[in-house]
Ligand binder design. Structure first.
Ligand code: HEM
Ligand SMILES: *[C@@H]1O[C@H](CO)[C@@H](O)[C@H](O)[C@H]1NC(C)=O
Ligand SMILES: *[C@@H]1O[C@H](CO)[C@@H](O)[C@H](O)[C@H]1NC(C)=O
Length: 344
């Protein structure tokens, strides 16, 4: 038995399951600096690991940003997306088709292990995930997207693929379906547009937008369609960049020479998503759908015109996302490992 596992087992007798009063917050409300007196320096540990992980592979930043959305939209921000399949729960959120491509679980597990060493049984995986996503956003935006994270979340005990499939929007949805999906979590049309801007970074599998490759040219720029067809012909279900800027230069130069001049820092979190969208150079049907209604399209123009405004509003929307509560009456715990519920 690994020493870490022995500690983990010993922990189970000490750490109980808490019936969450509200919002799954341990002491009622989430609080900035929640761990100040409980695990000093925890945010520094998270930051160090995120900086290191992104230095090794900048794409990990996009993976962490996507995780905050996929965790918080299902049962609130409770780390339910982090749970692996087990005998008791063979179909956790991770196994939902809509969760295709989620990654960076290893980075979070590594951070959790480092935090457990410093203060065992104190810091939830749910809080670590939000800290790490915030840090990733700050790094990918060169510090322009940043916010203080209120903490005190608990890790949930439930994780269901069916629930994830029902709550996370699918890229084939129409604008109205996207609006309704976000409204169920109390997010506005404007916030739908703001948060979709996360697609200025990262990758997607060709299967996530295959149907769009047959869309008419007023929905997808023909040159970009050619680029995607070329990329997607190379492998079973390859991943391609969400942002044409992040595509390899030779491919961009071949299919879209006008865009080759726009290429800048890879994986930069910024408002290029809105500029690309207006040019019909985005991957997912759900991205393009934002142009099909007056209000949403107005916001696309607004953020295409003002990158600073998007930086601020995106930070605000991520903060709001991070406060989504667990269903009332849910039980929570501080997991020993992020991928498994504690043994009892
Ligand atoms: C509005 C509804 C949304 C839809 C329909 C949607 C859909 C998708 C899809 C299909 C992928 C590619 C998955 C794959 O094929 O591997 C993806 C990737 C991604 N999404 Fe979204 N998304 C939405 C909103 C968001 C939000 C709110 C965020 C974060 C705030 C986000 C962040 C990301 C990121 C960063 C990636 C790239 C992940 C990586 O490279 O590892 N998305 N999204
Ligand atoms: C949305 O707001 C309503 C009314 O304030 C509240 O009852 C509900 O719990 C909220 N839903 C979520 C998911 O936060
Ligand atoms: C862009 O938004 C920022 C932040 O809200 C604001 O201060 C600035 O005046 C805006 N710039 C323009 C050109 O509208």
């Amino acid at each position: 038995m690994r020493p870490g596992l022995m500690v983990a087992v010993a922990c189970c007798f000490l750490v109980g399951v808490v019936a969450a009063p509200s919002a799954a917050a341990r002491d009622g409300e989430l609080k900035v600096g929640y761990y100040d007196g409980k695990c000093r320096g925890v945010e520094g540990i998270v930051r160090l690991h995120v900086v290191r992980a992104l230095a090794q592979d900048r794409r990990t930043g996009a993976a962490l940003l996507r995780l905050i959305f996929h965790d918080c939209f299902v049962r609130g921000c409770d780390g339910s997306v982090l749970l692996d399949a087990s005998d008791e729960n063979p179909r956790p959120e991770k196994s939902a088709p809509v969760n295709i491509g989620l990654s960076a679980f290893d980075v979070l597990e590594e951070i959790k292990a480092a935090v457990e060493k410093r203060c065992p049984g104190v810091v939830s995986c749910a809080d670590i995930l939000v800290y790490a996503a915030r840090d990733a956003g700050r790094i990918l935006s060169d510090g322009r997207v940043d916010f203080d994270v209120p903490a005190g979340r608990l890790d949930g005990l439930v994780s269901s693929a069916d629930e994830a499939q029902a709550e996370i929007p699918d890229p084939t949805l129409t604008l109205q379906q996207l609006i309704d999906n976000f409204a169920r979590k109390n997010f506005t049309v404007e916030e739908l547009v703001i948060l979709s801007g996360a697609h200025s970074v990262g990758d997607g599998h060709c299967s996530s937008f295959a149907a769009r490759l047959a869309a008419p040219p007023d929905q997808i720029a023909p040159a970009y369609r050619d680029l995607l067809n070329y990329k997607c012909s190379r492998g079973a279900d390859p991943e391609v960049a969400n942002n044409v800027r992040d595509e390899d230069l030779a491919t961009v130069a071949r299919f879209m020479p006008a865009f080759a001049g726009r290429v800048r820092a890879v994986s930069r979190l910024d408002n290029t998503y809105y500029l690309n969208n207006l040019d019909k150079v985005v991957n997912f049907n759900s991205d393009w759908q934002l142009l099909t209604g007056d209000e949403a399209r107005g916001h696309v123009h607004e953020y295409a015109d003002n990158g600073t405004l998007w930086d601020h509003d995106f930070a605000d929307s991520l903060l709001k996302l991070s406060k989504l509560p667990m269903p009332a009456g849910s039980k929570g715990e501080i997991r020993n490992e992020c991928s498994v519920v504690n043994r009892r």
